[in-house]
Design a protein around this ligand. Structure first.
Ligand code: ATP
Length: 144
């Protein structure tokens, strides 16, 4: 019932990437829970999310306490802290989250995330670099 309306998003890690995902979802009128281990970040995002919470997502009990199981789609944007990103992804898949999309920091990280069952792994700099290269060549064709 009301599947579309009740779809719940959560974004873990509110750096440039995660912050941008969160803000865009919220601006589009979706329900989004913003999560960061850093209290100031969590507070800052209370204005850009339905709810925001300070939480270490490598803590399984804490994840369960906020009812993460009710979220259908979770984005993990813990960049630099590869170990935390890996553990968080593992826990989310173990808890049965349907869609777990993760930002990878490097190709090794990307490989591990794939093995853990991440549903989508993005590597923004790498992906965007490729896209730009394609855009450069396609623009050339059009300009010709
Ligand atoms: P960018 O800003 O380009 O996206 P990034 O992906 O490296 O870079 P960071 O600036 O490292 O992003 O931000 C990641 C965020 O994840 C930080 O705000 C950090 O506080 C948060 N974070 C790190 N570890 C955890 C954790 N265990 N649980 C929840 N949030 C975490």
């Amino acid at each position: 019932k009301h599947r579309q309306k009740q779809r719940q998003f959560a974004v873990i890690g509110l750096g440039r990437f995660g912050g941008s995902v969160c803000k865009e979802l919220f601006a589009q009128g979706h329900e989004v829970l913003a999560i960061d281990i850093n209290e100031d970040k969590a507070r800052e995002f209370s204005a850009f999310a339905t709810h925001s919470v300070q939480l270490d997502t490598t803590d399984e009990g804490a994840l369960k306490n906020i009812g993460i199981r009710n979220f259908e789609h979770v984005v993990v944007a813990i960049g630099d802290h590869i170990q935390a990103s890996i553990l968080t992804t593992l826990l989310l898949k173990e808890l049965g989250i349907e869609k777990v999309w993760v930002k990878a920091q490097n190709t090794y990280h990307q490989k591990v995330l794939d093995k853990l069952g991440a549903d989508l792994v993005v590597h923004p700099e790498f992906d965007m670099g490729k896209r730009i290269a394609h855009k450069m060549t396609s623009d050339k064709v059009i300009d010709f």
